[in-house]
Design a protein around this ligand. Structure first.
Ligand SMILES: *[C@@H]1O[C@H](CO)[C@@H](O)[C@H](O)[C@H]1NC(C)=O
Length: 173
């Protein structure tokens, strides 16, 4: 339960080659979940986000919730807080994800998220979609796209995503 048999990035665009590459530093071993038994993740798992469908959540409210998610995920790097916005049925479209759902994502991110250096670049929300653009020391520049439903994040894409042309506002909008 606390070891992973494959890399399952739910929120990161992680080229597998980077993680699977031979490593010389023991620090890096911590991010190769299929080669080491992970320590218990130091991340408290929150209760899953419960979508509010009636009355529906407005686009403005969704945008505000997405902003809170983004701050927790990228700035304060509090995964517990970030995952308060993740639905129990969360679908990850990353081909390297081993499973859907928030627990697989927390298992994948928890052991190393603190050590990733993140530079937030842009973010925006429109309709039911939110985009994050940020740079990391491990994986370069990333564009994540998320779909929200009832104020909860229910889907994520990070393969070949393009930051939308309407999303040119600054990261704090
Ligand atoms: C992280 O977020 C959780 C849930 O919002 C909160 O209880 C906890 O105190 C936060 N941790 C830190 C270090 O701020």
């Amino acid at each position: 339960m606390r070891s992973l048999t494959s890399i399952s990035f739910l929120l990161l665009a992680a080229p597998l080659g980077i993680l699977g590459a031979p490593t010389t530093s023991s620090e890096n071993a911590a991010i190769i979940p299929d080669k080491v038994v992970l320590e218990a993740r130091a991340v408290v798992t929150p209760a899953p986000c419960v979508p509010q469908l009636d009355p529906p959540v407005s686009e403005q409210e969704s945008a505000e919730r997405f902003e809170k998610f983004a701050r927790a995920f990228l700035e304060t790097k509090n995964l517990t807080e970030a995952f308060e916005y993740i639905d129990a049925t969360y679908i990850n479209h990353n081909p390297f994800a081993s499973a859907n759902g928030p627990n697989a994502a927390l298992d994948a991110l928890g052991p190393y998220w603190d050590s990733v250096q993140i530079t937030p670049l842009k973010r925006t929300f429109k309709g039911e979609y939110g985009w994050l653009n940020y740079r990391t020391n491990y994986f370069g520049e990333i564009v994540d796209r998320y779909r929200m439903e009832g104020g909860c994040i229910v889907e994520h894409w990070d393969q070949g995503e393009k930051y939308p042309s309407f999303g040119c506002k600054a990261k704090r909008g």
